[in-house]
Ligand binder design. Sequence first.
Ligand SMILES: Cc1cc2nc3c(=O)[nH]c(=O)nc-3n(C[C@H](O)[C@H](O)[C@H](O)COP(=O)(O)OP(=O)(O)OC[C@H]3O[C@@H](n4cnc5c(N)ncnc54)[C@H](O)[C@@H]3O)c2cc1C
Length: 457
Amino acid sequence: MGIDYQPESTTIRTDVLVVGSGPIGAIYARKLVEAGHKVLMVDAGAQETEIPGEHKKNITDMTLNDFSNVIQNDLTPLSSSMPSAAATLAIGGMSTHWTCVTASPHPNLEAPKLFSESKWNSLISEAQDLLHTNSTVLDASTRQDNLKNFLNASGHSFKSTPLACQKDENGKVIYSSTASILSPILSSKNFTLLPHHLCTNLHNQNSKVTSASLTSLSTNSKISVIAEQYILAAGAVLTPQIIYNSNMSQELPALGRYLTERMVAFCQIKLDKKFSVNDGEVNIMQGASEGKKWVTMINREAHQYGQLPEDVDSGDVLDVRCMSVVEPNVENRVEFGEKGSDGMPTPSFKVSPSIYDMKLAAKMMVEVQSLATTLGSFVTEPTIMPLGTALHLSGTTRAGESVETSVVDSNSKVWGVDNLYLGGCGVIAEGMACQPTLTAVGYALQGAEGVKTALSA
Ligand SMILES: Cc1cc2nc3c(=O)[nH]c(=O)nc-3n(C[C@H](O)[C@H](O)[C@H](O)COP(=O)(O)OP(=O)(O)OC[C@H]3O[C@@H](n4cnc5c(N)ncnc54)[C@H](O)[C@@H]3O)c2cc1C
């Protein structure tokens, strides 16, 4: 424990407060502790694993159906206006059960326009290192090779999916999460992690945050944190919730707006016998391109949906999934209303896919259908999943060049507030098809540089 924290004390002082212990809060904490700063990280969720924020797949040997049930139980829906959108309230956030896909965004279609190409490439490269991204973990699978070669011979460009994981000395795959990001700093005297502490609001005076209010969810006591720099990394909906509850939304017209969420086309297939060398997993993907503004994944992974009936032999079943680029639109937004049982304003979504989004969704359905019938037969028919299913909500605290159309600058610092930085998929300004966490880590690495500079000044 780095800070002088007594459960009964009412004020804590630290260099940096990080709210949220998902992978993005963890990246900020790691970079700042490694630079010699004192960091207090708080999370509303409980510590559910012995090592804080461990990926639950690393500690249990479960069937995919069972792990899907774990994910379902871990997700807390955010609003009846988009029932599939959810948060994971736990130390480690969603990284305790994410599927670890960390493909780089397409340089023209998806990568942030705020950074030069060389700057962005160096941020992404560091992000990949920190998450242990690699594409070779499943490369011993003949079935994966067969599928890739077969599809690419007919004009596709599938590659092994880049995954955030590594093999240990026994060959076991260890999935990256908050635990792996925090591991070098976990025992540092400069790092303190408090589970079960809800950050309710920030106090702001003369363009500076002066303190943050926390509620201990175990004792219901109130704690004030006085820090030099504040970082909110509480997810794409719950980060703007804290800002809204701090009465700061009037100066930030883009807060909650430009929300993007990928459309998902999904089906499951029984693989034709000609591919069915059952010698290992398949996890291949095709990135978005100018001609096809969606990613296509072929794999079998645990999500909160897609459980197979017990009588289906899962050995030859694969998921086929496409996710589209959705153009940011100022009208698509999350708003906050009356306070809920946790004392926080309740989110509600006002999001309608555009005609363009719907046309892309229709094209994805054709793609899913065509891949499925080429590779085998349907176990579940293709469908467009309810909006929010991707759990990749982005854009609600987007980075940009002016306060009119964005919430933070290129260092993820909130416009008009000297010492408040944000992190997470909310800062992603572009509509993206590929999975967003790697990009959010890229932004956070740049944000951490901004915080370090501010602390040294
Ligand atoms: C099943 C599943 C599969 C996924 N697969 C992928 C994938 O393959 N690739 C990919 O890129 N992304 C994937 N994602 C999404 C990915 O997990 C998220 O993008 C990532 O976890 C976001 O990190 P974060 O740190 O910004 O937020 P989160 O992981 O959501 O963490 C936010 C934390 O903030 C805490 N918090 C919220 N409000 C407060 C408050 N007021 N006070 C204190 N603490 C608070 C929460 O408890 C939570 O722990 C997946 C998600 C799920 C659920």
